[in-house]
Write a protein that binds this ligand. Structure first.
Ligand code: ACM
Length: 261
């Protein structure tokens, strides 16, 4: 199957412009799975909860309609980040959308820095979605630093982790090689580029989106500072078996009795 990512440079609060950029980048694309960055339509650096709420949507909003259009144009299932509103709470979420509509959402459970001022932490269990015969798990950006997130998705049967991101620290790209290797899964980290100077914060996003493989290889690496899209062919059957050799199986060899969970 053909999987990949778009590395974009969202303009803060300009949803239509950000949609147009993605529509241009995907104009001639046919794929099976596309991952977009965290908060790809709104930007990241909010200065108040009110501002974040003003950009929030449910799964019937313009962002879901836009992703449905891209899913129809490309034939792909798409994962992209958005501000999700439910009642008086908002979440840093990602939605999974096929050409038939929204399949589900994931709400980021490990919030980074001032995200804690606007977003509620995710309140839904980590989940694996079966799409076009492949098991896709979703985690968002800072979730990477808690290895339990990727491990739980892998134990739930994820074959590919879709990982929308707005990375500002320089560590994740190296760590995702290990997340893939230790869980024997593919992972797609779709990061953004550019800078957002708002309020007291000045974030430079690190680009370097990547696709990592079950054997620790890196199948795609994006530049640090350019809009970029890349797709690779993978065989999801290669990650169903967790055997390293005749004696070692990464999941069966776990020694849960020695671990603090
Ligand atoms: C982050 O979690 N967006 C740093």
């Amino acid at each position: 199957m053909k999987i990949g990512y778009l590395q974009t440079n969202p303009i803060f609060s300009e949803k239509e412009q950000n949609f147009n950029e993605i529509e241009k980048l995907t104009a001639n694309l046919k794929a099976d799975l596309i991952v977009l960055p965290e908060l790809f339509a709104t930007g990241y650096t909010f200065i108040s909860k009110e501002e974040a709420v003003s950009l929030a949507e449910n799964t019937n909003g313009i962002t879901s309609q836009f992703l449905l259009k891209i899913a129809k144009n490309t034939g792909a299932v798409i994962v992209g980040g958005f501000v999700e509103k439910e009642g008086n709470k908002i979440y840093n979420s990602a939605m999974l959308v096929s050409n038939k509509g929204v399949i589900g959402t994931y709400r980021k459970i490990h919030l980074y820095y001032k995200e804690k001022l606007w977003f509620s932490p995710g309140n839904k269990p980590l989940k694996v979605f079966k799409v076009n015969g492949v098991n896709v798990g979703i985690m968002i950006c800072f979730d990477w630093i808690f290895p339990e997130t990727a491990r739980t998705l892998a134990l739930l049967g994820a074959e590919i982790i879709a990982h929308p991101a707005n990375l500002v620290l320089p560590y994740c790209q190296k760590a995702m090689v290990t997340r893939s290797l230790e869980n024997r899964i593919y992972a797609i980290t779709a990061n953004r580029i550019g800078q957002e100077k708002r309020g007291n914060d000045d974030f430079k996003f690190t680009g370097g989106s990547q696709i990592t493989s079950y054997d620790g290889s890196i199948l795609s690496t994006a530049p640090l500072d350019q809009i970029f899209i890349e797709f690779v062919e993978i065989d999801q059957n290669l990650v169903r078996d967790k055997k390293l050799n005749d004696y070692n199986d990464l999941f069966r060899d776990r020694k849960k009795e020695f671990y603090l969970v």
